[in-house]
Design a binder for this molecule. Sequence first.
Ligand code: F0G
Length: 456
Amino acid sequence: MSPVSTPAPGVRHTDFTFRCIACGNLSDTASQNFRCANCGDLLEIAYPGWTRIAPDAQTLRSTWRQRRLSQSDVDLSGVWRFRDLLPALQSDDQAITLREGNTPLYELPQCARITGLPRLRAKHQGLNPTGSFKDAGMTVAATFARRAGFRWVACASTGNTSASMAAYAARGGMRSLVLVPDGKISWSKLSQALDYGAVTCQLRTDFDGCLRLLQELVLRAPVYQLNSINPFRLEGQKTLALELLEQLDWQQPDHIIVPGGNLGNSSAIGKALLEMRDLGLISRLPKLSVIQAEGANALVRTLREAAGKRLISVQAETRATAIRIGNPASWKKAAHVLEATEGACEQVTEVEIAQAKAEIGAEGIGCEPASAVTLAGLKKLVKQGFVKPQESVVLVLTGNLLKDPDYTIDFHRGDLFKGTPNESASAALNPLRRPPIVLDATLDAVIQTLEQAEKS
Ligand code: F0G
């Protein structure tokens, strides 16, 4: 039994409804593919009349602060601690939680010097229980899957969603089915799904092919889909922004920068910012910018070539396999929040990603390549004058370094770009490489290595 959670004077659990992002149709139930029964577009969760009935900002802030002193499961979760802005549970012990959230906000002094931005920080979502930001969404969506009585949950994934889903399904006593592209996800992520007991299918297709198949499957079999099309996922992922603002003492940063793949996370953060503004928790919106890998740049092209009106999908290719996605499901939601917050959308090359990842690593902060696009993109936004030297910036690091150790080893050994068109351009990154050194086991050899390292 968990200790009793902290009550919130004046704060009541939130009633919710599903709202179509295109036609605005409201509904109390959602079909298995989470698409509008009228027009087929994506659904989001809405809280009608919220701003009228919600407590004032000061009450919310102090309730959330007070819960940090509690030892109950829901209060120890960095997601459910903010449950006043989430779909309501019938009772606190319904939540399937691994104490997700509660991730640190770090200063990045070296990257600050490199970019010329003294007020640069990183919110490290890679320090969640399964090593990525997915846990914040999964705790909410898995909880509602169990509440709806499902025995099976399923997802298509580039690796992190499947790791997270498998863990939360196991904790919640549900079975899980994982569809991943064969040979295109890291072993670390695959090993997590296996260890947590998922039925794991490596399909001979890419992520987009896996997701397409899942959409058909959920209409035919009694499985509950836990991709970010599921709007409960995005509600949980909203809490990243709430926790960030709390860590900044409710002083909004000028910019938040996030990687873009299937575009669920940017949509969730943007939704949180708009809701925080409507509830008076912040007075001004930070600019939310999305960065993609050049080889998986569907949103960049959609905004530049189609003014955000229709999706331009691409055949995705990048070593940042987490965001190797060409047909992002939540592109409309992301386009909306970029417009609402006046954020930017940029793309970065494979060499720029590798450089940024090594620079973040040299700060003692390990992230996966997909997370490093944020720093690479920031450099471009500074050059363009979109981010100004006195402005404050938060990079969202989405995954842990240990999620993709092969990438890091290949980089430091000098193998990452071998035999690719980037081989010569990547020579500029040699000073950042720290390859392992194989030596005879003698004191002299080690001392000599130390002396050489001191000179370099
Ligand atoms: N960073 C990491 C580490 C990711 O795993 C993902 C997405 C993203 C960024 C992009 O986030 O899709 O919300 O725009 N990974 C998914 C997965 C697709 O299956 O694990 P997004």
